[in-house]
Structure formats: C-alpha cells, structure tokens
Design a protein around this ligand. Structure first.
Ligand code: ZN
Length: 116
C-alpha cells in the first residue's frame, strides 16, 4: 500500500510503500523532544515528490543518521541511514506525517534510544 506523506507546510512531500501496522516510540534526546513515531523501510520504498534541496538535515551523536526536516515549518519527516547490521539504506518515517495512517491502530513499541 502506498502512503502520501508531507511536512506541515508542504515544502516536503513524499510517497512511501509498505504495510504500516506498527511504529517505534523512541526516548532518545532528539525523539523525546520531537515526538515522532517511527516506521522503518528500505530507503527505496520512499519516493520524494518535492526537490531534494527542500530537505534540511540534522545530525548528532555519531552523525550516522541524517534527520530530515523542513526548515520552514520545522516538521521532522524522516531519517535516513545505512542499517548497521544489514548494510541496507534504510529510512525511518515519522508516521505522524502520513495523514492516512490511523495512529490509534498502530502497535507501538517503545525503544530505549536514550541508553545507546
Ligand atoms: Zn514544511
């Protein structure tokens, strides 16, 4: 199934394909402030619908994950990184940016990112 996603102002829009039944709630220093819910997919499952230069990027800690956000409205839409175990380019989509996903129906798993 394809899901349409965007930041709040629309400068970043994307489409991601996959069955989204679960999400991860991480308590790391970034996630606890941003308040996203993450769903993971191969990077190739995501197609950007707006120019790549509309993505702003934040990195911290090991600077391994590219946290993409909109510099206009401030919404963090997804993060990109090479999966440390599989070597596969991976995207962590903030499912709160996918209006067609029923957030209340997701199985949410807590992840202790603060301890990494
Ligand atoms: Zn925006």
């Amino acid at each position: 199934m394809k899901h349409q996603g965007s930041c709040h102002c629309g400068r970043i829009a994307f489409e991601v394909e996959g069955d989204i039944n679960e999400a991860m709630d991480c308590n790391c220093s970034l996630c606890r402030r941003r308040g996203g819910l993450l769903w993971f997919a191969p990077r190739e499952a995501l197609v950007l619908k707006t120019p790549g230069e509309n993505l702003s990027t934040y990195t911290f800690n090991h600077h391994h994950i590219q946290h993409r956000f909109c510099a206009n409205c401030g919404i963090g839409v997804f993060g990109e990184a090479v999966h440390p175990k599989t070597g596969v380019p991976t995207v962590a989509v903030n499912v709160r940016c996918l209006p067609d996903v029923d957030l209340a129906a997701l199985k949410v798993t807590r992840f202790d990112g603060a301890s990494l």
